[in-house]
Ligand binder design. Structure first.
Ligand code: GUN
Length: 285
């Protein structure tokens, strides 16, 4: 069996078309959705990411501001900027690009963002809301993975899902979302002794480690759905995921490519969260 591809570019396009209509409706009511993106320092990868986020806003009819600061910016200055954006009515979402320079406490910065504007879903209030099933912003990457499952008609209910990786940004919230969708969830990580023993039982595997070839064909149950969150470079410098794509695609029923899989969905769900934030403000006005 050769797996079908879950096309994150096509799905993103579809979701963004619908979002552009919601953004236009908000604009006509005087509530143009606004995203503020803060970048501190000159990490080249971060610069590419934030540029893509700002461009996606522009293309979808959202207002966006990009604030770039030198790596020498103090923590106090950054916190003051976040507080100012919390009070800015033209801004519905605030994103502080990570990683931050070592002298700045990222937790403190994230906790200073108003949970009402936490479109990254990184605030402890957002994580707590997800944990107990209350309304809050879901982290964009796992939220995008759930949309991909939905798009292929894969209902996690009653399925065994294995998440590889336990980061606060992907692994943990991914496990929560799958659990909320009634999957039986196993979270594997660097101290899991026999990873293959778990993944071979999985109907759904989400690989989110940041290491090449974490999942190979012999570790996958025939017909499983495989979602690859990894973003790595191979020996030739080509972008690749955590999954041995060529091998696993011969065993799985569905698989996400890298690039063109989860990556575009992350930005799309950031737009979704920002439009939702603006809709909540508009509804309360
Ligand atoms: N750095 C890498 N991915 C992300 C993300 O999704 N949000 C933020 N704020 N920083 C990141």
């Amino acid at each position: 069996m050769t797996a079908q591809l879950i096309d994150g570019v096509a799905l993103s396009r579809q979701i963004r078309t619908e979002l552009a209509q919601r953004a236009a409706a908000l604009t006509s009511r005087g509530h143009t959705p606004g995203l503020a993106v803060i970048l501190v320092g000159d990490n080249p990868a971060s610069q590419v990411y934030v540029r893509n986020k700002v461009k996606a806003c522009h293309d979808t009819g959202l207002h966006s501001v990009l604030e770039q600061y030198p790596a020498s910016m103090s923590e106090a200055e950054l916190l003051a900027r976040v507080r100012a954006l919390n009070e800015d009515a033209s801004i519905h979402g605030i994103l502080v690009q990570l990683p931050l320079p070592a002298h700045i406490d990222a937790h403190k910065v994230i906790e200073t963002i108003s949970p009402l504007k936490d479109v990254d879903g990184f605030h402890v209030a957002s994580a707590g809301a997800l944990m107990v099933g209350q309304e809050g912003f879901k982290p964009c990457t796992p939220y995008g993975c759930m949309q991909m499952l939905k798009a292929i008609g894969c209902d996690p209910r009653g399925k065994h899902a294995v998440v590889i990786g336990r980061s606060n940004i992907v692994g943990k919230p991914m496990a929560m979302l799958l659990l909320q969708a009634n999957a039986t969830v196993t979270v594997c990580h660097s101290a899991t002794p026999d990873l293959a023993q778990h993944t071979r039982q999985a109907d759904i595997v989400v690989a989110a480690v940041g290491k090449r070839n974490v999942l190979t064909a012999d570790m996958v149950k025939p017909g499983a759905v495989v979602i690859d969150v990894g973003m790595n470079r191979n020996d030739e410098g080509k972008l690749c995921g955590d999954v041995d794509f060529d091998g696993v695609r011969e065993v799985a029923s569905w698989i996400t490519p890298v690039p063109g899989g989860v990556g575009p969905m992350t930005i799309t769900m950031l737009l979704v969260n920002t439009v939702e934030a603006a809709e909540r403000v508009a509804a309360a006005a």
